[in-house]
Design a protein around this ligand. Structure first.
Ligand code: DQA
Length: 143
């Protein structure tokens, strides 16, 4: 049963609210995190949230999740499209991991249509704004 979840925000997501608001919305990461924690609580889940702009730090966090968490939600930002190292880390830890994106990556640039992490994730949710994360929390709570 899933009890403790880790949410990872990758590069540039610290700039939510300022960064391309037409695509990512005008609310900041603090609002997003507060809402994620609330939704997790409603589902009876404990939740830790981590943001980093660095590939290695994200990999270290995924490795450390192995002992502490039952499920992971990851928005790997642009790393989604080319980081085999993050893909291998997700695959190595054997904890169910859900890929999320705020925007609809299939309706944007060509390079965003490829996710190298999708094949090692339990599922992917994109295009619902911040709701993508809340849907992922619900999905983990049902697993
Ligand atoms: C994103 C989509 C990625 O293509 C982009 O590089 C991001 C954010 C999203 O949440 O929509 O940084 O992951």
């Amino acid at each position: 049963m899933i009890k403790k979840i880790l949410v990872i925000h990758g590069p540039n997501l610290n700039l939510l609210g300022e960064r391309e608001p037409g695509i990512y919305g005008s609310s900041g990461i603090d609002t997003l995190n507060k809402n994620i924690i609330e939704r997790a609580k409603e589902q009876g889940l404990e939740c830790e949230i981590f943001q980093s702009n660095h590939e290695g730090a994200i990999i270290d966090k995924l490795h450390s999740a192995r002992q502490k968490f039952d499920g992971v939600i990851i928005n790997a930002g642009a790393y989604t499209h080319y980081s085999y190292a993050i893909r291998d880390a997700i695959s190595a830890i054997k904890i169910p991991c859900i890929e999320v994106h705020i925007s609809n990556v299939y309706a944007r640039d060509e390079f965003r249509k490829t996710s190298v992490i999708a094949p090692v994730c339990k599922g992917s949710i994109c295009g619902f704004g911040f709701m993508s994360y809340y849907l992922a929390v619900m999905a983990l709570s049902e697993m």
